[in-house]
Design a protein around this ligand. Sequence first.
Ligand code: 6PG
Length: 241
Amino acid sequence: MNTSQSPRIFTDKETLARGLAGELVASLDSIQRGGRIAHVALSGGSTPTLLFRQLVKMDPGLDWQRVRIFWVDERCVPPDHAESNFRVAREEFLDPLGIPESAYFRMRGENDPEREAERYAGLLMGMLPKVEGIPVFDRILLGMGSDGHTASIFPHQADLWDADALCTVGTHPESGQKRVTLTGKVINAARVVTFMVTGKEKRDVLDRVFRSEGNYPASRVKPVHGRLQWYIDSDAAGHSA
Ligand code: 6PG
């Protein structure tokens, strides 16, 4: 049953990041108290950086040995490239919190994209608990582009969302940059999917997504058994506020 909670709207993106950091840490802590390892997938782009910085500021004291960190998508560039989602996470989150390399599993942007998509799918199958044969994340953190893309599934390739594979290769519509990305099969299997959307430039598309208008990849995030959360700032909320 897809339960999409009404969006949580914050005055600004820093307050949003602080609110989400607190909720995420509480959720991971609860999973750990239940004796389980928590599996989380991070998106790229600029918004997650705000969350990373809040998590570092909080220094949540989680047992990071009992969190497994994966990626929703990765640009097909080396891990030290300016555009690497992993590089940003490592610099802003993993290293500052001393999270050991044994706790995270990057998509290897330097590899052949198609082969890396296959490798990563195999990694998820081998490491995550499964429901109906599909790997289940405890938490997937998503962003949304002003074109309604999410992960690295863009409107011009919206059909990738329904790919049979757990991971596939998307292409940025302007730059042509290839990206390895999770598909809808994995994203919609998660226990909790959290969108973080900020900025006026997202307002119109967000409003259309909320009104189920248009055929945006972001509109196709409908967790089968889990919860969908929207963390948005007042700029992005606009008239939805
Ligand atoms: C990426 C992300 C992408 C991102 C959106 C929003 O690799 O770029 O996974 O899907 O979430 O483009 O990006 P911002 O957070 O920068 O607005």
